[in-house]
Design a protein around this ligand. Structure first.
Ligand code: SAH
Ligand code: SF4
Length: 442
């Protein structure tokens, strides 16, 4: 075992888990497989939240069989949510897989790989829950030196009826406030300028530890570390408190960006989804947010075609899109997930009915995103530079506080690469739906 490759599917939590997997493998003495070479170890960090990622995974794992035929020493490992859900069944269906590990077993990966290499037989480790330390004590290889994901909770207690996350990630557990703040202090010393606090429902942070949610307190403490920019995701509307809105409005280092999944605008559908809010309550929350922060960028998740969704239910979702002025939305056609209550509800919606609703929704979101983008033209935005843009090496790509991608021409003598990981002021001159264009102010 000399080289490895980690292939990641799904959400930010998985991206962060992959940084830990890479950190562990580097600590074992392995290195990243150079582009174009066959890795000795391939790790799939999988997602089963929606059908398409799930199905792709089985195809991809099957396709690495060729690596094994060329080099029988190659080890294939499958972890993440599919590993947790399917366990040993993966090895039964895909006999060339050597290691299966669950979402609570990342720390065991080195030992599992060694055991599989030695025995030349598949090994499987899937625990029901992690009662040990938070996995963030594991080594981590950050994708960008200046950005860190910081999990504040793992798991979820909400049991939205369509969602598999509570089953594959377990019950919600919070890290202590001190632990989070200490880690961020360390990250600052290490050159990190932006953190993203992660949890399935960050707003309920602390309920298990302190008997009540303490997210606003945590945000305030993190802002007090002096880190340049703080992001967080995901916010469940039922638990977003006024204290949190106030913390966001007060601290300039908390990004003016909120991801607030609505899922549906129909009270009937929301009830069957077990979301615990109404359209009216959601829109009232959005109104309070804009009142406190008129320049807030807002994004959402929407599911179309939930069981029993009528044309009139869908119109109510369109009303929310109209009223909430979203900057961005992640839109999904409902896909039944085995073992969740919605999968066996009556009146599953056929694709031919869901697709046209989905297409209408996407057009409405695009219009809303463009309108929000256009409002930035003529303003100066503080941009965290990520590096050169994909299309033009002389143009920098970076993100505003509101998480808008910006492409900007650099002044003479400055390269995007030299600015990567730093903040720079950009005057916005043009707006497209998904990005802004401007020039760096010198
Ligand atoms: N904890 C977060 C994210 C959960 S998964 C939250 O509560 O928002 C990310 C998104 O995937 C969800 O917000 C939802 O819009 C979508 N999703 C989850 N299960 C789904 C399913 N069975 N079918 C379609 N979309 C789904
Ligand atoms: Fe899934 Fe709902 Fe938990 Fe989000 S809050 S992870 S959608 S159960």
């Amino acid at each position: 075992m000399n080289t490895f490759d980690v292939r990641t599917f799904g959400c930010q939590m998985n991206k962060h888990d992959s940084e830990r997997i890479a950190g562990l493998l580097l600590a074992m003495g392995l290195s990243h497989a150079p582009e174009g070479t066959a890795p000795d170890v391939v790790v799939f960090n999988t997602c089963c939240v929606r059908e398409n990622a799930d199905g792709r995974l089985y195809g991809q794992v099957a396709s690495v069989k060729a690596l094994k035929l060329a080099n029988p020493e190659t080890l294939i490992a499958v972890g993440g949510c599919v590993g947790q859900r399917d366990g040993a069944a993966i090895v039964a269906g895909l006999p060339h897989v050597d290691v299966v590990f669950g979402t609570h077993n990342i720390g065991s990966l080195p030992a599992l790989l060694n055991a599989a290499a030695e025995s030349r037989r598949p090994v499987v480790e899937v625990s029901d829950s992690s009662d040990g330390d938070f996995a963030s004590d594991l080594p981590t290889e950050r994708e960008h030196a200046w950005h860190a994901w910081v999990p504040i909770t793992v798991g979820c207690d909400n049991f939205c009826t369509y969602c598999v996350v509570p089953y594959v990630r377990g019950r919600e557990r919070s890290r202590t406030l001190d632990d989070v703040v200490t880690e961020i202090g360390r990250l600052i010393t290490d050159g990190v300028v932006e953190v993203t606090l992660l949890g399935q429902n960050v707003n309920s942070y602390g309920r298990d530890l302190y008997g009540e949610p303490r997210f606003a307190e945590l945000l305030t403490a993190v802002a007090g570390t002096g880190i340049d920019r703080i992001r967080f995701t995901t916010s469940h509307p039922k638990d977003l408190s006024d204290a949190t809105i106030e913390a966001m409005a007060t601290h300039p280092n908390i990004a003016r960006y909120l991801h607030l999944p609505v899922q549906s605008g129909s009270d009937d559908v929301l009830k069957r989804m077990n979301r615990h809010y109404t359209q009216e309550a959601y829109l009232a929350l959005v109104a309070r947010l804009y009142a406190a922060m008129p320049d807030l960028a807002l994004s959402t998740d929407v599911i179309v075609g939930f069981p029993g969704e009528t044309e009139s239910d869908f119109e109510k979702t369109m009303q929310v899109v109209e009223a909430a002025r979203y900057d961005q939305a992640f839109t999904f056609i409902y896909s039944p997930r085995e073992g969740t209550p919605a999968a066996t509800m009556d009146d599953q919606i056929p694709r031919e009915v869901a697709q046209p609703r989905f297409d209408r929704l996407v057009s409405a979101i695009q219009a809303s995103a463009l309108a929000k983008s256009q409002a930035y033209v003529g303003t100066v935005q503080r941009v965290l530079v990520e590096g050169p843009s994909k299309r033009d090496a002389g143009v920098l790509a970076g993100r505003t506080s509101g998480n808008k991608m910006v492409h900007a021409v650099c002044p003479e003598g400055v390269t995007p690469t030299s600015l990567a990981g730093t903040f720079t002021d950009v005057e916005i001159t043009d707006a497209q739906t998904w990005f802004l264009v401007g020039s760096v102010i010198t």
